[in-house]
Design a protein around this ligand. Structure first.
Ligand code: PGA
Length: 253
């Protein structure tokens, strides 16, 4: 498939992974052949405790690493928080911000997500800004409006195409095995690109990578990744199995 935007497949390990699980990333690196490397950017976002070791072990493989969250603050008396610069110092290139689990379980609103994205950019990281509607919002016919509202509130003004990634993750599809239809994903990604055009200007918007996330598996990746305006995937559960993560990446190539 001819793509105008280089795809990104990012694995979100969430709160999974001890040192022994670094072997999963090793298996991804070993299985990532030259053709795949040439066609797709890969990233793994492990728990913060593994970030430095993972970044070191993947050095030279072309596989990037990322954090799963960052503080909106640069430094200071914020016990338990991790600054974007610390993630960068540990070797990260990306950081996920505004994941629905953060929005829901930690009460993060759009303004918080935007502040975190700005902190990431200030630390030379690329934020992967997550947006997505709940099941009730989709059933009420409000999915596009909700997601566009999240974008308007969460995306830093004056972002360039290279300085952010957007991940559309319907809340009801995360970890459930459910996925939207290809048609629904297409409609949403076209709407996201249009909203980014309004926020950032057409030129920047046309180059932003738009990932789909939520129950992406080897069995559905080819269909989801072939949808118009889908430039890769944010992968949770399946990123913990090297063969599955690689199969999803190959579906983007
Ligand atoms: P899932 O998670 O692939 O396990 O549904 C996706 C995510 O939360 O990023």
């Amino acid at each position: 498939m001819a793509r105008s935007i280089r795809p990104l497949v990012a694995g979100n390990w969430k709160m999974n992974g001890l040192k022994s699980e670094l072997a999963i990333a090793g298996a991804v690196a070993t299985g990532c052949d030259a053709a795949l490397r040439q066609a797709v950017d890969l990233a793994i976002c492990p728990p913060a405790t593994l970030l430095a070791a993972l970044s070191d072990s993947l050095a030279g493989t072309g596989i990037a690493t990322g954090g799963q969250d960052c503080s909106r603050e640069a430094s200071g008396a914020f016990t338990g928080e991790i600054a974007a610069a610390m993630l960068a110092d540990a070797g990260a290139r990306y950081v996920i911000v505004g994941h629905s689990e953060r929005r829901t379980l930690h009460g993060e609103d759009d303004a918080t997500v935007r502040a975190k994205a700005e902190a990431a950019v200030a630390a030379q990281l690329v934020p992967i800004i997550c947006v997505g509607e709940t099941r009730a919002e989709r059933e009420a016919g409000r999915a596009v409006a909700v997601v566009c509202g999240q974008l308007a509130g969460s995306v830093p003004a004056a972002s360039g195409a290279a300085s952010l990634v957007v991940a559309y993750e319907p809340v009801w599809a995360i970890g459930t095995g459910l996925t939207p239809t290809a048609g629904d994903v297409a409609e949403m990604h076209v709407a996201i690109r249009a909203e980014l055009g309004r926020l950032l200007g057409q030129e920047a918007a046309s180059g932003v990578r738009l990932l789909y996330g939520g129950s992406v598996k080897p069995g559905n990746a080819a269909e989801l990744m072939s949808v118009r305006d889908v430039d890769g995937a944010l992968v949770g559960g399946a990123s913990l199995v090297a063969a599955d993560f690689l199969a999803i990446a190959r579906a983007c190539a």
